[in-house]
Design a protein around this ligand. Structure first.
Ligand code: SAH
Length: 368
């Protein structure tokens, strides 16, 4: 039922300049183009329109955020995971995966290094590791908060109970990244084993919001079985949730997973989605993701020139970076490494941007 659809070819009927311009007008005036409008914008632009879309999105981002790009130091705290998502290299059943977990002291070392390099936000991401349970996580956040009272602490450690989220927040966590992955229930079931539920994941996002976290939702682009309608469902969900952050990157196959031999997602479609989400959510924090930089050397710059305003260099201890193998050949050196920050600065300068070293809170939380 869920065929792998190449939607660039799928919806290649071009739209007239008039229709295209009026859809852009709607977006610029803060209105949703509605499902059929989104369908046209997603599938129909010709290459000139696509360029216009991206440069307009970058202009909107500059209007709100200037030419600064926020940096987040990403610490990958564990590659153990009890989940079995079909796309992810960390899945429980992947015998080819290398496993490690960081201790609180190792994590604090990463933070100290990040602080010296100028990072004001730490993102702790990991598989759902039974050893790094709720209590451990609370203690870890507490320890980081005690040593770094002014830094932003972001967690990306999956689905947990409401009480756990409350405890993490009380211990000092400010933000939480939990991509919803896909809003389409049939597609969700195509990407996950039974027992995992998209509904539960979305409920977690609402709980996190209620607890005062700045939340990040998002999805991969080009996962097996994803159709234009899946993306339209995703957009409708984002319009409903209004997350502070929207993470989108191309799907990249991971060895040892059921999707190992599927093609990677489209860079062009990812850039188009970044541009469209920037136009719809001018205040959102949208990263030019590592997955984008992995598939295309120029991916990070292209993401920023399509409206992204965040990059997340890798701050994990060097020996474990390759072991956090959510997908193959993950970029984690050069500009994707925290210590490559000077190269990143040069790269950004080349396209007329620079690093913003502040916390980069969502606009709605900036004064808090
Ligand atoms: N356990 C955490 C972190 C998961 S990894 C959680 O559940 O949120 C972070 C994100 O990487 C995932 O949400 C997913 O969108 C993305 N990801 C996983 N496998 C991927 C792959 N093969 N290609 C591209 N992105 C992937």
């Amino acid at each position: 039922m869920y065929l792998c659809v190449n939607f660039m070819a799928d919806c290649s009927k071009n739209i007239s300049e008039n229709v295209f311009s009026s859809l852009l007008e709607m977006l610029l005036s803060g209105e949703s183009p509605g499902r059929e409008g989104w369908r046209l914008l997603l599938g129909a632009p010709d290459s000139g329109q696509d360029r216009r879309l991206r440069s307009l999105a970058a202009e909107v981002a500059r209007g709100r955020w200037g030419r600064g790009v926020w940096i987040r130091g990403l610490v990958e705290i564990s590659s153990f995971c009890h989940n079995n998502c079909y796309y992810c290299g960390l899945r429980r059943s992947n015998r080819q995966a290398s496993r490690y977990r960081l201790s609180v002291e190792e994590i604090l070392e990463c933070c100290r290094k990040g602080d010296r390099l100028g990072f004001s936000t730490f993102v702790f991401q990991g598989g759902e590791d039974d050893v790094q349970d709720d209590e451990w996580m609370e203690g870890m956040v507490h320890a980081v908060r005690a040593e770094f009272p002014r830094h932003a602490i972001t967690l990306s450690v999956g689905e947990r109970g409401e009480e756990a989220y409350r405890r993490f927040r009380k211990a000092g966590a400010d933000r939480y990244l939990l991509r919803h992955e896909t809003r389409n229930d049939g597609h969700y079931a195509h990407l996950h084993p039974s027992g995992m539920s998209g509904l539960h994941r979305r409920e977690c996002l609402y709980t996190l919001k209620d607890l005062g976290y700045q939340v990040g939702a998002g999805m991969m682009i080009g996962t097996p079985g994803q159709t234009v309608d899946c993306l339209l469902d995703d957009i409708a969900f984002l319009e409903e949730l209004k997350p502070e952050m929207i993470g989108m990157g191309p799907f990249i196959p991971a060895a040892g997973t059921p999707f190992a031999n599927f093609p990677a997602g489209s860079v062009a479609m990812t850039l188009r989605m970044i541009a469209l989400m920037r136009l719809r959510f001018p205040d959102a924090l949208i990263p030019a993701t590592t997955a984008l930089a992995t598939l295309d050397d120029g991916g990070r710059g292209a993401g920023i020139l399509s409206g992204a305003n965040v990059v997340m260099p890798n701050l994990s201890p060097s020996p474990v970076r390759e072991k956090y193998g959510i997908y193959d050949r993950k970029a984690c050196r050069g500009c994707e490494a925290a210590e490559g920050i000077h190269r990143l600065e040069q790269d950004l300068r080349r396209i007329g941007y620079h690093i913003s070293y502040g916390r980069g809170d969502a606009m709605s939380h900036a004064a808090k």
